[in-house]
Ligand binder design. Sequence first.
Ligand SMILES: [Mn+2]
Length: 278
Amino acid sequence: MTRILVATDIHMPSPYLATMLEGIKQVKPDALIISGDLSVDGKLGDIEKLFIKLKKANQKMRVITVLGNHDLWIHERDIDSISKIERINKLSEKYNVELLDTINRVELGDYDVVGNVGWYDYSFAPGYTDFDYENCNPYGFSKEYIKSNCIYLNTTRGCSCPSWHNDCIYTKLESRSFAKINKEKIEGNMRGRRTIIVTHHAPLKDFMKEHSFFNAYDGQDLSNIIFNSNKKIVYYIYGHLHENSVAPKMTINGITFINAYTFQFKLKDYIQNALLNL
Ligand SMILES: [Mn+2]
């Protein structure tokens, strides 16, 4: 039997890290799977701290992760978000962390684990135009206004528009193409064995509690991959929605979908709900 703990949206520096580390010590899992957003604003130092603490908590435990939108946010030394993935990959190799954004597939007992950040293609909030999204303009703010108010990642408290809305400023990616490529990679990396898919972004619109403009940034519809009976998906681990998914754990057509975010609040909940015995 393989014991897996799941975690998501740790957002280092994190108030949930202590709970997770205690959970790891008590459960002694064979592997920890994290569905992205390791950091709050993409600082490599914060990601490195997380890797060090996880390895310290249990040296034998494998750490398998994807990145999240916050991890792809760029700073001065990052040319674009793709180069950011490469930099985080180097860090992952140093700490023996298996980064699914660059590794196609890893094996866990009889299971394959595939995935990546996922991303959004704007299809989760229909009814708005491309112009609305591409100009980050839900409130009629100009792009210049949002840039001047929100570009300083360290002073988000003074920011008058939601920072998570500004991926189009903080990341250098063409969203639709990136989402499409990541979707194709996931499909191409499955090979008919029992599979765990991991993405940061949500794969089904039905998981979202609310329906608004901002849901465009929550994910993209992967139902045609997920519900293809040849694919043998057993678990789907995702994040990004924090406490805003309809249920942290739900089974649809034999596939268990897990967003472990709320389990991380209390040690008892974490140990009970975030542990999978394969
Ligand atoms: Mn996120």
